[in-house]
Design a protein around this ligand. Structure first.
Ligand SMILES: Cc1cc2nc3c(=O)[nH]c(=O)nc-3n(C[C@H](O)[C@H](O)[C@H](O)COP(=O)(O)OP(=O)(O)OC[C@H]3O[C@@H](n4cnc5c(N)ncnc54)[C@H](O)[C@@H]3O)c2cc1C
Length: 351
């Protein structure tokens, strides 16, 4: 088989990269081992424009939000699915200090923030003491639906191989790469946290960050909003909510932990006034980076080996944007934005 590219991995990065390559008429195959608990499959799917205790806007959000809306609407229309919805965050203040911080930020800048007409309107469903603010707009991506739909699309075009990619079988030559019976002009790794040990990119400053979540059934809880009170309760399907998450830089393994399960169950008991049932418990490693910017582009020494990784906590907003930049780089030789390009690590990657 002779093609333009091999893509390793079909998380959110491989999904958007393969879609951009389809639109650009590049020939490729995706090799993905279809594991049940990857970062994209465990993620809640929220695009939240503000972050942290000081409620600051996230990096490039004014460009990323409209871009994401168009990208998810457009891929959804190609795949015949609705995978993006606006679901604003009801941000219940855990302390009086957080209420003051939100109100202070709201006074300075009202983009993305609003205050409710009646602070009491969640009292019959949620326990909260200090009122709430609203983060608006926020988007929710149905990642499970999107991944499955693009997988089906790739299979129908003979562009997906469900298998483990064994890097010891990769032969890299100046103008081509060979993997088993496939010869391609290049290969692009979208292998998420597995990429930390990739011999070509292992010197990049990755930071493994573990997150856990529960899936919970709560009948009669409205599903138009994401509810946040420390943890977030994200409406996934009818009566089913995703509850999470932790952000752990140190951990023993990637498995769901009894500690989180107990903590999250206590949170439910203390926060939610409606009956609930825990259905599932999931965990995954986020492919985060120490300087919180992604890794995009081609290896400075091996021009036919590329990467789209390091999306950290922001895969939903960053991956569509940078998948497009990477394909524009391939087709039109347009440079990838310097803050995201792997060229910035040329010295480290030369070692
Ligand atoms: C609990 C949790 C909550 C999160 N919530 C959000 C959120 O609300 N919003 C947001 O934007 N981000 C969120 N994230 C972060 C987001 O999940 C990641 O940024 C994003 O999913 C990374 O996507 P990826 O495609 O790089 O990696 P992955 O999703 O890990 O995909 C990599 C793929 O490559 C495959 N693969 C790897 N190695 C091989 C190999 N050798 N052979 C074959 N296949 C291989 C894997 O099986 C996988 O399918 C969350 C993460 C976690 C853990």
């Amino acid at each position: 088989m002779q093609i333009d590219f091999i893509i390793v991995g079909q998380g959110i990065c491989g999904t958007f990269l393969s879609w951009e390559m389809q639109k650009a008429n590049l020939s490729f195959v995706v090799i993905d081992e279809d594991k049940p608990f990857t970062a994209t499959k465990v993620a809640s799917g929220v695009i939240n424009p503000v972050t942290g205790r000081r409620i600051v806007k996230t990096w490039m959000i004014e460009d990323l939000m409209p871009f994401a809306w168009n990208a998810y609407t457009s891929i959804g229309s190609d795949l015949n699915i609705d995978c993006i919805d606006q679901k604003n965050i009801i941000d219940f203040f855990p302390t009086p200090q957080m209420k003051l911080a939100f109100e202070g930020r709201f006074e300075k800048d009202q983009q993305f923030l609003s205050l409710p007409k009646d602070e009491n309107d969640w009292r019959d469903k949620i326990n909260y003491e200090f009122g709430y603010g609203i983060i608006d707009p926020c988007y929710w991506i149905d990642l499970q639906l999107l991944l499955q739909a693009q997988r089906k699309n790739l299979i129908s075009k003979n562009q997906l191989i469900t298998d483990h990619f064994d890097i010891t079988q990769l032969q890299v030559e100046d103008n081509k790469i060979i993997y088993k019976e496939i010869t391609a002009s290049g290969i692009i790794f979208c292998d998420g946290a597995n990429g930390f040990s990739n011999p070509y990119f292992k010197n990049l400053p990755y930071g493994a960050n573990k997150g856990e979540a529960l899936l919970v059934e709560i009948k009669d809880m409205p599903s138009a909003n994401i509810l946040k009170r420390g943890y977030s309760l994200v409406p996934w399907k009818e009566n089913i909510f995703w509850l999470g998450s932790t952000y752990l830089w140190e951990f023993e393994n990637a498995d769901p932990s009894p500690g989180f399960y107990q903590f999250a169950k206590n949170w439910l008991t203390q926060t939610v006034k409606l009956p609930f049932e825990v259905l599932d418990h999931m965990a995954a490693i986020r492919p985060a980076t120490l300087e919180r910017r992604p890794f995009v582009g081609f290896h400075p020494q091996h021009k036919n080996i590329g990467i789209l990784n390091g999306m950290g906590t922001k895969g939903c907003s960053l991956s569509p944007f940078f998948a497009k930049q990477l394909v524009e780089n391939i087709i039109e030789a347009k440079p990838v934005m310097p803050e995201a390009s792997v060229e910035r690590f040329a010295k480290v990657l030369a070692r």
